[in-house]
Design a protein around this ligand. Sequence first.
Ligand SMILES: Nc1ncnc2c1ncn2[C@@H]1O[C@H](COP(=O)(O)OP(=O)(O)OP(=O)(O)O)[C@@H](O)[C@H]1O
Ligand SMILES: [Mg+2]
Length: 205
Amino acid sequence: MSLFVTLEGPDGGGKSTQAKDLAAHLGSTGVDVLLTREPGGTPIGDQIRKVLMSLDNAGMLPQAEFLLFSASRAQLVHEVIRPHLKRGGVVVCDRFYDSSLAYQGYGHQLDLEVLRTITSFVTGGLKPDLTLLLDLPVEAGLGRRRETGHWNRLDDYNVDFHRRIRQGYLVMAEADRSRWVIVDATRPMDRVQADIRSIVAGRLA
Ligand SMILES: Nc1ncnc2c1ncn2[C@@H]1O[C@H](COP(=O)(O)OP(=O)(O)OP(=O)(O)O)[C@@H](O)[C@H]1O
Ligand SMILES: [Mg+2]
């Protein structure tokens, strides 16, 4: 059975950690699972990722940022995600278009309707079946990233910006509870992973 799962949430919530563990777990149970991430996940997308993350590109406008994410997303959907879903597989994606709505929409306050229109053009209307919101207070997430030295250009915005992102995610999750599940990401990693596995198992059953 095909299933498209995305992991979303504020910086440092554990999306990459949990996505990797979830994919490994599903693979070990015989599921045809593909793990990918945004931005990147294709040769063109990985080049775009470098431009987006580089601390040299401090002057990048939110509009340019959104369009670069969208370009990377178009490649990922058409080269990787759709073909795998078509084969009946499970796709686990570390961030997807909800990140653009949260960061460039709620964070940078670009027009959400414009972002949604371009997103639908880019994805051909593909939507995740399940989106896990790894929710935690902004300071906690940023603190985790600082501790590990994984700091990049996108972390460098101010705390109010990151607060708007968290709020935006919560608004989107409340608006569509059939797709979104909010997971408390302040807990230890294994507890978070146990919840995620059981939610996904429920969707695959
Ligand atoms: N539940 C947790 N408790 C404590 N530390 C955690 C937890 N989950 C992840 N971490 C640590 O926090 C840091 C950030 O985790 P990770 O990179 O998985 O988050 P992320 O959501 O992918 O971040 P980003 O949005 O920046 O990509 C890592 O050092 C990770 O080991
Ligand atoms: Mg990550």
